[in-house]
Each structure stands twice: as structure tokens, then as C-alpha cells.
Design a protein around this ligand. Structure first.
Ligand code: NAD
Ligand code: AHE
Ligand code: ZN
Ligand code: ZN
Length: 370
């Protein structure tokens, strides 16, 4: 079939709305109509050219709310008309990772997902005979996309897909980082670095965990109001603190430093501050932001010797097929906030505006409506 898609022909260039060919689903695959898709900073990261796994031309987008339109042979657990969220971390239910409670990083189709192919090593998108790469196994900046069944979470059909799509990445990642990865306890002090879609969702997670103090840190003070509405108690703009004094400021102001910190930016220098400002003896710092090829994190080993832990998370440690439907139900029950995070909506034709709004700091999440 033919459909409209936003094609990233090369890094650093605006997406171009094109008519592309989408092949039907093969064994174990599902053709989806994309109803809505959030725009995450990781889409911008890959488009920037800094992502070592970025392949071009590709169709970006990985925060989708979709409807099943056609089943490939062998698809067992989905029906036409089902509502699904594509997963960039599949859940085959049968690999070493799926069989472990310690990780959500199913590896069955990961090598193809992360390099822009379908599990059989081919692609479903093309234009004029030239193949186009998939992205994170999702490619939701297209009217139609093809995703393996093991990378689809079937969700409550009553959930509005223009909001529930945010659970395909940002909101689940932030909440999961707090509850699954760090396992924040009630009464803790939590610092969240970067108050975009991910950071604000860490704040939601910290509230759920019963954190006593939640410190929002951002260089854009416009983000503080959103954070406050979600339960943030204290605010720090690093620009207000003298150069080199951030860690000391945090430890002096917050009783020795936060018990937990979350880096939701993708800045390796901030990752270091986020670790080093935590409380000696037990501070835990979680890396969520992704950083470009060649960038590394560093700290004096002493900062770990004295009891701090540095950890990271992908999709908040959430196993998509078994756990994500529950997140959607919790949204429907009013326990997870999504609506106010959708600050902008636009048709696919205006998708480049979503990237502009993200870079200028005006949006939390833009949602593309098809
Ligand atoms: P975003 O652009 O919406 O938000 C980033 C925020 O960081 C903005 O509010 C910005 O003002 C702030 N910021 C930038 N530089 C800063 C600095 N030096 N100090 C303090 N604040 C600063 O981004 P997002 O969509 O929330 O994504 C955040 C990061 O998380 C990105 O790196 C993204 O790629 C990554 N991410 C990772 C996962 C995962 O599974 N690990 C999932 C989703 C997103
Ligand atoms: N390609 C990047 C890594 C990107 C990355 O870490 N992605 C996260 C999801 S970000 C969603 O917005 C992830 O889940 N990674 C798991 C994995 O197996 O890659 C790079 O740096 O190479
Ligand atoms: Zn994302
Ligand atoms: Zn698996």
C-alpha cells in the first residue's frame, strides 16, 4: 500500500512528508494504522546525527498509539481492530531476559530493531524501489507501520490513543525508573534533572513512591510550573549557582544531598553532578538520558567507594506486553497524568514544528494526530 510518512533522509535536516510504499506484514508481523504519536527527545537525538545506531533514510517515531489493520501469518494473540502500543523493547516471553525478573531487555529481535530492520533482516518501507530504514522497531511518524507481534502491547480500547501514546516511551520510562529501577522508598528526597516529558514522569513516580521532597532541576525556569503541578516541592536552576558549586549547594541545601537522583537530559556532565550530589553512604543515581557517540561519563572512584550507586534504565525497566497495559489502565483510573503533558498537537505535515518546540523549550510533549 501507499501512505504518507515523515522521512528523515539525512541527519540534521528537517523531515520531509513523502508518499512511501508499505509492504504487508510477513510471518509474525502486524500492519498498524498509527492514530497518534508523541515526539520524544530521542527522535531528535537520532536526527541530530549523534546516535551511533542511527541509519538513514529512516522513518522516526517510537511513541505511538495504533490500531491493528492486518495480521501476518502466525500472529496468535491480536485481532484486527485491537488498540496497541508499539514497543521498542519487545517481550518474546521466552528468552533469558524475559525469564528474568531483573531486566526488561528482551534480546530476541533487538539486533534488528536497533539497526533499522525487521526481524527477518528486510525492510517494509520504500520509495521508488529504495528501501527506507525502520526506527526502534516502531516508525510511528507514518500513517501505517509494520511491527512484530512480540513488540506490541494490546491495551484497553477505551483509552484515547492521543494521550495513551505517551506511555509508549516518556511517561512509562520516568515512572518505571523511579519505581522499578531505583525503587525509591516513602520519605525519600529525590532530585530530577531535566523537566521534560521524562523528568516530569519521574516526578509522578516519586509522588507515587511517597517521596517527601522532590527537587526539580532545569535551566529553563518555565518548566517549574508544570513540575509543581505534578508534585515537585523544590526547584533549582543550575544557572543561579556559581560555577563549580552545584554539588556543594545540593548537599548543603538538602540535608547531605538527595537520596535518589535521575538524569533526564542526556548530558554527561550533568550525569556526573547528578551522581556526586547524592547523599554519601546510600545515594543512588539513575541515568535515563542518552548521549552521543564517543561521550563518556566519569567520576572519582571515591564517589562510589563511599556508598553511592550509579545505574541506568531503558523504558523504566518495564516489560512491555505484560506490564504496559496496566499503565494504560492506571491512566484510565486517574492514577497517571498524561493529558497536561500534551502541550501541543499537530498534523503530520507540521511535524518539524514539534522538533522546533522541543528545542526552544516551549513544549513538554507534542503529539502528531493522523
Ligand atoms: P526534553 O527535551 O523534553 O527535556 C529535557 C529537559 O532538560 C528540558 O526541560 C531542558 O530544559 C532540560 N535541560 C537541558 N539541559 C539542561 C541542563 N544542563 N541542566 C538542567 N536541565 C537541562 O527531553 P525528554 O523527551 O524528556 O528526554 C530526556 C532524555 O531522556 C533524552 O536524552 C532522551 O533521549 C532520553 N530518554 C531515555 C529513555 C530511556 O529509556 N533511557 C527513554 C526516553 C527518553
Ligand atoms: N542508540 C543509542 C541508544 C539509545 C537508547 O539507549 N535507547 C533507549 C531508549 S530511548 C527512548 O527514548 C533504550 O531503550 N535502549 C536499549 C537498547 O538496547 O538500546 C546509542 O547510544 O547507541
Ligand atoms: Zn523515547
Ligand atoms: Zn524475550
Amino acid at each position: 500500500m501507499k501512505c504518507k510518512a515523515a522521512v528523515a533522509w539525512e541527519p540534521k535536516k528537517p523531515l520531509v512528508i513523502e508518499e512511501v510504499e508499505v509492504m504487508g506484514p510477513k510471518e509474525g508481523e502486524v500492519l498498524l494504522k498509527v492514530i497518534a504519536s508523541g515526539v520524544c527527545h530521542t527522535d531528535a537525538f537520532t536526527l541530530s546525527g549523534d546516535d551511533p545506531e542511527g541509519s538513514f533514510p529512516c522513518i522516526l517515531g517510537h511513541e505511538g498509539g495504533c490500531e491493528v489493520v492486518e495480521l501476518g501469518p502466525g500472529v496468535k494473540n491480536l485481532e484486527v481492530g485491537d488498540h496497541v502500543i508499539p514497543l521498542y523493547i519487545a517481550e518474546c516471553g521466552d528468552c533469558e531476559y524475559c525469564n528474568s525478573t531483573k531486566s526488561n531487555l528482551c534480546q530476541t529481535i533487538a539486533p534488528t530493531i536497533w539497526t533499522g530492520y525487521m526481524p527477518d533482516g528486510t525492510r517494509r518501507f520504500s520509495q521508488g524501489g529504495k528501501d527506507i530504514f525502520h526506527y526502534m522497531g516502531c516508525s510511528t511518524f507514518s500513517e501505517y507501520t509494520v511491527v512484530p507481534e512480540i513488540a506490541l502491547a494490546k491495551i484497553n480500547k477505551a483509552a484515547p490513543l492521543d494521550k495513551a501514546c505517551l506511555l509508549g516511551c516518556g511517561v512509562t520510562t520516568g515512572i518505571g525508573a523511579v519505581l522499578n529501577t531505583a525503587k525509591v522508598e516513602a520519605g525519600s528526597t529525590v532530585a530530577v534533572f531535566g523537566l521534560g516529558g521524562i523528568g516530569l514522569s519521574c516526578i509522578q513516580g516519586a509522588v507515587m513512591a511517597g517521596a517527601k521532597r522532590i527537587i526539580g532541576i532545569d535551566i529553563n525556569p518555565d518548566k517549574f510550573e508544570f513540575a509543581k503541578q505534578l508534585g515537585c516541592t523544590d526547584f533549582v536552576n543550575p544557572k543561579d549557582i556559581p560555577e563549580g558549586g552545584f554539588v556543594e549547594y545540593m548537599q548543603d541545601t538538602f540535608d547531605g544531598g538527595p537520596d535518589y537522583s535521575f538524569e533526564c537530559i542526556g548530558n554527561v556532565h550533568v550525569m556526573r553532578d547528578a551522581l556526586e550530589c547524592t547523599h554519601m553512604g546510600w545515594g543512588k543515581s539513575v541515568v535515563i538520558g542518552v548521549a552521543g557517540a564517543g561521550q563518556v561519563i566519569q567520576t572519582r572512584p571515591f564517589n562510589l567507594v563511599v556508598g553511592r550507586t550509579w545505574m541506568g534504565t531503558a523504558f523504566g525497566g518495564v516489560k512491555g506486553r505484560t506490564e504496559l497495559p496496566g499503565y494504560v489502565d492506571r491512566y484510565m483510573a486517574g492514577e497517571i497524568e498524561l493529558d497536561s503533558l500534551v502541550t501541543h498537537k499537530m498534523p503530520l505535515e507540521d511535524i518539524n514544528r514539534a522538533f522546533d518546540l522541543m528545542h526552544s523549550g516551549e513544549s513538554i510533549r507534542s503529539v502528531i494526530e493522523f
